[in-house]
Design a binder for this molecule. Structure first.
Ligand code: GDP
Ligand code: K
Ligand code: MG
Length: 293
């Protein structure tokens, strides 16, 4: 069997998490229109007749190293390249960006097989332009394969999966066949709450917002989850709660329904909003909230 680790890399918002979910045919990693939605490295495991691909979704690489949270995100993205077997570099347009030069350097250093996947081709009208772009890409780096895909519309994903599997080394399966991720249901529940906040709040979303599961109780027929939403300022707390608690209620309902789908059973979800000053700027505060992997 072929089996190994596959890093999904690329700038924020190119569609890495969407691609992982659709390759797994199951939602593991949260997605939204906002950059920096993905904060944690998360494994998505796909076992087929051809073998086992272990995808690592990563926070996108960021130019700004100003804040502790950004430094953490960059470290996570870069250490992902250590110990993987194949790299899938996702881009979402037919042009290069300033920071891509850094990625080319890292790919050269890594010395691993790299697939360049151009995502969101559902938005590209001129298909000829894709070929022209691939020709240019091939001159810049010896990519193993160049694939146009749409993660959202699931275009060419089977082909991409076949190419990835074929590049993985022959070895015994690392994870049991039925395991889909390395993260606990508790972790995924916190992520789902953060996704719903991200989607509902849009531009109003406080940058430094995080979700902590305080209690997680598995009872017969129901799972009870008590979560704290941490923000930095009182004004942010008011935004998250909304007028008459409206926003928090909607987020709670959205999240509960998704968590019920994930767990396959009834969920009671209680959300609290609390203020912790300056947490994203302090390494220690980050660690106390579980950003330590
Ligand atoms: P990430 O930051 O790289 O993980 O990107 P996400 O997976 O969170 O996706 C960012 C945004 O791009 C979301 O709004 C997705 O719905 C959207 N998106 C992802 N893949 C596609 C695609 O193939 N086509 C289009 N049109 N949008 C996509
Ligand atoms: K995103
Ligand atoms: Mg993501």
């Amino acid at each position: 069997m072929n089996c190994g680790f596959v890093a999904l890399i690329g700038r924020p918002n190119v569609g890495k998490s969407t691609l992982m979910n659709h390759l797994l045919k199951q939602k593991i990693s949260i997605t939204s229109r906002k950059p920096q939605t993905t904060r944690h490295r998360i494994l998505g495991i796909n076992t087929t007749d051809a073998g086992q691909a272990i995808y690592m979704d990563t926070p996108g690489m960021h130019n700004s190293e100003k804040r502790a949270l950004n430094r953490y995100l960059n470290r996570t993205a870069e250490t992902t390249l250590l110990g993987v077997d194949v790299i899938v570099w996702l881009i979402d347009g037919l042009s290069w960006h300033e920071y891509d030069e850094v990625i080319f350097k890292k790919l050269e250093q890594a010395g691993l097989p790299v697939i360049l996947a151009v995502n969101k081709v559902d938005k590209v009208a001129d298909k000829e332009a894709i070929l022209t772009f691939f020709n240019d890409a091939q001159h810049r780096f010896p990519f193993k394969h160049l694939v146009p895909i749409s993660a959202l519309k699931r275009t060419n994903l089977d082909q991409l999966e076949d190419l990835i599997m074929a590049l993985l080394p022959e070895r015994d399966l690392i994870y049991p066949e039925d395991q889909v991720t390395d993260r606990s249901e508790r972790f995924l529940a916190a992520e789902i709450v953060r996704e719903k906040l991200t989607r509902r709040l849009g531009d109003e979303l406080p940058y430094a917002l995080t979700v902590e599961i305080e209690r997680y109780e598995e009872k017969p027929g129901i799972t009870k989850i008590y979560a704290i939403i941490w923000v930095e300022r009182l004004t942010q707390k008011n935004i998250v709660i909304g007028k008459d608690g409206d926003m928090l209620k909607k987020v709670g309902t959205d999240a509960r329904m998704d968590i019920e789908k994930l767990l396959g059973q009834k969920v009671y979800l209680q959300l609290w909003v609390k203020v912790k000053k300056g947490w994203s700027d302090s390494e220690r505060a980050l660690q106390s909230l579980g950003f330590n992997d």
